[in-house]
Design a protein around this ligand. Structure first.
Ligand SMILES: Nc1nc2c(c(=O)[nH]1)N[C@H]1C(S)=C(S)[C@@H](COP(=O)(O)O)O[C@H]1N2
Ligand SMILES: [Mo]
Length: 322
């Protein structure tokens, strides 16, 4: 007999599909949306409790480690990493961890559309269970000249492309973050051109380094780090690694990211790391390694040139670096 061991919090199979029906009920009862409307320390405690609510995919972590992408430095301490984040949907300081707990991450539908054989929507748990999760360590470099090293869990973006079945006419993937001003106050600040959008060429999207993270530090990814699904492109400045993705569209035209719309002279489409090309307002030559007090020289393509330099051959007329 096939005995399936189930932890107390796991939902029985008969309830597991369709995902959105199960979780709708749950989110009505305990949803972070409701919590966000409460105030005071009790609400803060509830928010923390919700953040610690068991994740339906928790059994998949820690994922098998892939040691191909070894680091030249220690992994950034998890406490430091999860308390120094950029997530402008919540606020524009690095101190967003607490506020980000108000984001409800179930149900979470991911839409795949545009130039594909057949557009579809898929629940995040169904999507994750179609993939084989692995763990990889990457270094990331923010355009603001700080860096971190992280152990992500997730799957190669190329696997999502396989699932999406794009048409030959697709040249770019456009990604979009959730846009619910009720849970994320930054989204009410109308001077930002929300929603957060980012884009990659098909060659970038299918490069072996391009990774969709569902976890970090051996468990499901924290909300402030972009739960439940976040991009990781370590050779580009941090703003390309879009968080909390709800939609992947395969398109012919180059997508314009939120930062590019806001400030095109400073933030372009390519945004590959290059220590020799300064940001209009500061040098990119070195980086502060968060949590260590150390400054290090920044490397071309953030040190990942062996994997990605070929993508950019023949693109000399493009502004590849910022
Ligand atoms: N949706 C969304 N994605 C985002 C951001 C954001 O504000 N909103 N900030 C970006 C920037 S500038 C960086 S450096 C990284 C930060 O990721 P971390 O907080 O996990 O270190 O997320 C990127 N992805
Ligand atoms: Mo960044």
């Amino acid at each position: 007999m096939n005995v399936i061991r189930r932890r107390g919090w796991e939902i029985p199979d008969r309830l597991a599909t369709p995902e959105h029906l199960v979780f709708n009920r749950r989110s009505l009862l305990t949803g972070a949306g409701a919590v966000a409307l409460m105030a005071g320390p009790a609400a803060a405690q509830r928010v923390t409790d919700l953040a610690n609510m068991p994740d339906p995919t928790a059994d998949l972590y820690p994922a098998k480690h892939n040691d191909k992408y070894a680091l030249d430095r220690p992994i950034t301490d998890e406490k430091i990493n999860s308390n120094y984040n950029n997530f402008y949907e919540f606020n524009s300081t690095k101190n967003v961890a607490m506020q980000a707990q108000a984001l409800p991450i179930r149900p979470w539908m991911v839409k795949i559309d545009g130039l594909v054989e057949k557009p579809f929507e898929i629940g995040i748990d169904d999507l994750i269970r179609k993939m084989t999760l692995e763990e990889r360590t990457y270094r990331h470099r923010c355009v603001e000249a700080w860096s971190m090293a992280i152990a992500w869990s997730g799957f190669p973006f190329a696997k999502l492309v396989e699932l999406a079945k794009p048409l030959g006419s697709a040249k770019y993937v456009r990604m979009e973050t959730f846009n619910n001003p009720k849970v994320a106050p930054g989204l009410r600040q109308s001077w930002y051109p929300w929603p957060y959008i980012e884009g990659l060429t098909m060659a970038e999207a299918t490069n072996e380094l391009t990774f969709l993270a569902t976890g970090a530090y051996g468990h499901p990814i924290a909300k402030q780090m972009g739960a439940p699904l976040r991009l990781a492109v370590p050779w580009k400045y941090g703003f390309k690694s879009i968080k909390s993705i709800v939609r992947f569209s395969f398109v012919e035209e180059r997508p314009k990211g939120m930062w590019e719309k806001l400030q095109p002279a400073e933030y372009g489409f390519w945004a590959n790391v290059n220590p020799k090309v300064p940001h209009p307002r500061w040098s990119q030559a070195t980086e502060e390694v968060i949590g260590t007090g150390e400054r290090r020289p920044t490397q071309l393509f953030n040190g990942y040139g062996d994997y990605v330099a070929d993508i950019y051959k023949g693109l000399d007329n493009e502004r590849l670096w910022a």
